[in-house]
Design a protein around this ligand. Structure first.
Ligand code: 2GW
Ligand code: MN
Length: 283
């Protein structure tokens, strides 16, 4: 229940705001009714980008079904599904205000490239299309399911998500790119958080800047015969080091049940679907 005392909506067990005054979104720190009213007033439109290349089309059905239950319920949503197999994707009919848009794209042979090229494709479509259709983009992995509410509390100019494997780790344990030859290099005494590659977003112009940067750094590395250790995730971490996110999502928003659930994690909103790596990846 909402009350305006300044002692409510406080969490003392987790960091609620970064040193550059960006909120970190945890359960119990916001009032969704107030936020929904604000975003309805602006008639906000949200694009959810997801890639289903090659065998990863198998994840799509569950992804969209669970999103219909939990993602931005009551708001306008376009699902932008990038795929090389448009015929594998059946007709998905959704209620008024929500739709699936299939975008046919090439597939790359190496899986690292499949993952990294998402940056280029999101960039290109941001400029050509998304800018005319939505206000915010949310860019996520497809091997996931929604299991609790994800609403407008996540939206902001540019946001990243704390990786569920590193929220408690010290900086020296972050798996940033450590080779100086790579454009994704981060010096040992720098870095705020370890952000997950599978969940970022913001306004369309901000996502354009982010994806353009990551793609260009990747191309520079490619010309120099190097590829960052965790691919797009490494370039994303480099981007966020020098272009700080204006909002950060807690691991509630990107969880993997392979990890023990800590006390302070009150909700698991978007959870990795276990996959047989050999079966799904070799083809
Ligand atoms: C990926 C790895 C190995 C073989 C295939 C693929 C693959 C990925 C694919 O065949 N088709 C495809 O559509 N993808 C897309 O790339 C899909 O959207 C998937 O969710 C995304 C990232 O691949 P994924 O989910 O298998 O990798 P994770 O869960 O280990 O992802 C983390 O690390 C990646 C970089 O190595 C990315 O940064 C990703 O965002 C992270 O979550
Ligand atoms: Mn994934």
């Amino acid at each position: 229940m909402y009350s305006s005392t300044i002692l409510s909506y406080r969490r003392t067990d987790v960091l609620m705001v970064t040193p550059w005054f960006a909120p970190i979104v945890w359960d119990g720190t916001y009032n969704i009714d107030i936020l929904n009213a604000q975003f309805h007033q602006r008639n906000v439109r949200v694009g959810l980008t997801v890639f289903a290349i090659k065998k990863y089309t198998v994840f799509l059905q569950r992804f969209i079904e669970t999103a219909e239950k939990f993602f931005m319920v009551g708001h306008k949503v376009n699902y932008y599904v990038f795929t090389d197999r448009p015929n594998d994707i059946g007709n998905i009919s959704l209620p008024e205000g929500r739709k699936v848009v299939i975008l046919e794209v090439p597939s790359y042979k190496r899986w690292q490239e499949v993952s990294m090229r998402r940056m280029e494709m999101i960039r290109d479509y941001s400029q050509q299309r998304f800018i005319h259709e939505v206000d915010f983009l949310v860019c996520v992995d497809v091997d996931m399911r929604f299991s609790d509410e994800v609403g407008v509390e996540i939206l902001g100019d540019v946001f990243g998500t704390l990786h569920p494997g590193f929220y408690a780790a010290s900086r020296d344990r972050f798996t940033y790119e450590r080779r100086k030859q790579s454009t994704a290099y981060i010096p040992p005494d720098e870095g705020d958080f370890y952000y997950a590659g599978g969940y970022f977003g913001g306004t369309v112009p901000e996502v354009y800047k982010l994806t353009n940067y990551c793609h260009n750094e990747m191309l520079t590395d490619k010309r120099n015969g190097i590829e960052a250790i965790w691919h797009d995730e490494s370039y994303l971490n480099k981007y966020f080091l020098y272009h700080k996110p204006t909002k950060i999502l807690s691991p509630e928003y990107l969880w993997d049940n392979g990890y023990a659930v800590p006390q302070f994690l009150k909700r698991r909103r978007f959870v990795a679907v276990p996959k047989n790596h050999n079966e799904i990846r070799n083809k």
